[in-house]
Design a protein. Structure first.
Ligand code: ZN
Length: 156
């Protein structure tokens, strides 16, 4: 794994802080079709993800809950990234995102994937802190549970 350049690290931290302080798509979602909650006992993060579908497309999604900066920023970034995507595209995005934060996939700066991770890359720093990977992926696990009809997930 190549180290993250300092200027990028700085930018990523600003993105995370911004989404932590002003989370997007935060709060209950009127008329949600699916809802699932996630809990990360290691850190105490709690998140509830609500999804509204239009066919197999995620028309809208919101999150609620309380957690650390990483889990909140990741949930916020996830809602922005997934909105408008199909369920299959959301799954693919999660696969790539998980690869990124777990250090199994390289930053998209070197990737040639057609689907750019965009701002989700801001969370790449957690790959250096394995315990934080659960914070970063909690909302995604909750999203998947919601899309697959479950209603509760835990990172354990
Ligand atoms: Zn956390």
């Amino acid at each position: 794994m190549s180290p993250i350049p300092d200027d990028l690290r700085q930018l990523y931290q600003e993105v995370i802080l911004d989404h932590y302080k002003r989370p997007r798509n935060f709060g209950p979602l009127q008329g949600a079709h699916h809802t699932a909650e996630g809990y990360n006992p290691l850190c105490g993060d709690q998140v509830k993800v609500s999804v509204k579908l239009d066919g197999d497309r995620v028309a809208d999604l919101h999150f609620e809950g309380a957690g650390c900066a990483i889990s909140t920023a990741s949930a916020s970034l996830m809602t922005e990234a997934v909105k408008g995507k199909t369920v299959a595209e959301a799954e693919e995005l999660f696969r790539k995102f998980h690869g990124l934060v777990s250090g199994k996939e390289r930053a998209a700066a070197t990737a040639t994937d057609d689907q750019d991770l965009g701002k989700l890359e801001a969370l790449i720093g957690v790959r250096d802190f394995p315990v934080r990977i659960k914070c970063a992926t909690l909302a995604w696990h909750a999203l998947r549970a919601a899309l697959h009809g479950g209603d509760q997930v835990t990172t354990e």
